[in-house]
Design a protein around this ligand. Sequence first.
Ligand SMILES: [Zn+2]
Ligand SMILES: [Zn+2]
Length: 581
Amino acid sequence: MSDQEHNGLEIIRHSTAHVMAEAVLQMFPEAKIAIGPAIEDGFYYDFDLPRPLTLDDLAEIENRMRAIIKGKHPFVCQVVSREEAAARFGDQPYKLELIRELPEGEPISIYQQDGFTDLCRGPHVANTSEINPQAFKLLSIAGAYWRGDENRPMLQRIYGTAWRSKEELEAYLKRLAEMEARDHRRLGKQLDLFSVHEEAGAGLIYWHPEGGRIRTAVEDFWRQEHYKNGYEIVYSPHIGRSWLWETSGHLGFYSENMYAPMAIDNVDYYIKPMNCPFHIMMYKTKTRSYRDLPLRWAELGTVYRYERSGVLHGLLRVRGFTQDDAHIFCTPEQIDAEILRVLRFSLHMWRSFGFEDIHAYLATRPPEKSVGEQARWDQATDSLRKALEEERMPYDIDEGGGAFYGPKIDLKIRDALGREWQMTTIQFDFNMSERFGMEYVAEDGTPRRPYMVHRALLGSLERFFGLLIEHYGGAFPVWLHPTQVRVIPIADRHAPYARQVETELRQAGLRVDVDASSDRLNAKIRNAQLLKIPYMLVVGDREAEGHQVSVRLRTEENLGSMTVDDFAARVQQVIAEKKGL
Ligand SMILES: [Zn+2]
Ligand SMILES: [Zn+2]
């Protein structure tokens, strides 16, 4: 979509919000109106109403909106004085509050269509007939605090969407339904993968056995690939004395994300929001020579960071998570090769998990308040750019968007529904190496400051799990699926043979179970299908006699009968190649 088309849609959406507010005021003349902006894919408007809205109300509001649209009412703009604006919205306290806060001397515009007037900057469509009555829909009702402040009144927010054509609307609704079906919170429950317990602490993830199997598969692969790619794996404590966080600077610039300290022997300790200072302590345990570098140290380090309760969201915004962290310490001469290496490794990992559509963002030095010599920034930024070009990665430059301590590359991953997820970060740090006084002995015998690079590849295991669930809609590729094979005995008398098949496949390294329930065959298949189990092995008399299994895929395709050994070999091959099925 071009910018112009996008702006056009935004104007249609925002104008539709005005029409919705008019319809709501028709139904509830005493309603107090708040604000109604366009948002991604739609719009909303907040209302203070005499009673809670129901979904039936939405249908009536939509009908009234269509009637208003039909009237071809122009949107008329008027610029008014502050007093006049206050008089026009005399019975609308939220609007009056907004008017009071407008800066002195700024023109105040109000827009009117039909019988409805709103305080608004615009722009809008010229008249209501530019809104397609077949291309909008009201979607949901939610509570929203006035100005997002939990001490202010709770308002009712109506969300809607608007498009140019009925076809566009239908395509969007289909996508929305697909997104809901893949929602990781819904699938997490349905597939029994994880839970969150408000009463035991918000934003903290409980990995159930099925989720635990997926995590183990991810971690095993992660460790193996890190060793293959020249990393060492380290482990560090969960808490650190205040000295550590003062030295790192976190207590200065990051304390609002850290939890309150606990006193141990009258000294403050903090639970870690990051792993970096621990890795630096390890670096400093001995004199490092240029011959020892680069060092690549990785850790699956569990950290805790404060997030406001309002923004917590399933696996995606949490308060405790395990970063797949690494730090690279190297000499200036090594950074080009190291950055290229870490970028290639990142791409290899994403592709292994089935993600091919990856876009990079290169963030450069912010114009003010940053640390480090310009020459180092230049060299580091250059190495990031060269690596992207060498790998022929599509990338955008985020000019001035780097952290105060160094430039970085972010990788955004596009999922099966075309949504971009910010995951990998490759980030230089000129601050911490300085604060901890890190050194190495150069070839000429003088002490030098090493380059330090933070790298989170998958981001965090929790968020990555959320992405995996939604990308695959729970139909994980075989190598990741918690239950790769389910053996289904046709009748009770086939249970012993089913158990035997289970044992043999387990010996072959597969994750397998038996449905020994009293359900009928069709119900057993349906249950396995709901769990998106890749292989269902139906066994009866014939299979038991020939030491065979009858293989059914979750795609409902039948592979027919084969021996247990042939089946095991086939699945092992699929796993080795990380294929879907
Ligand atoms: Zn407006
Ligand atoms: Zn770090």
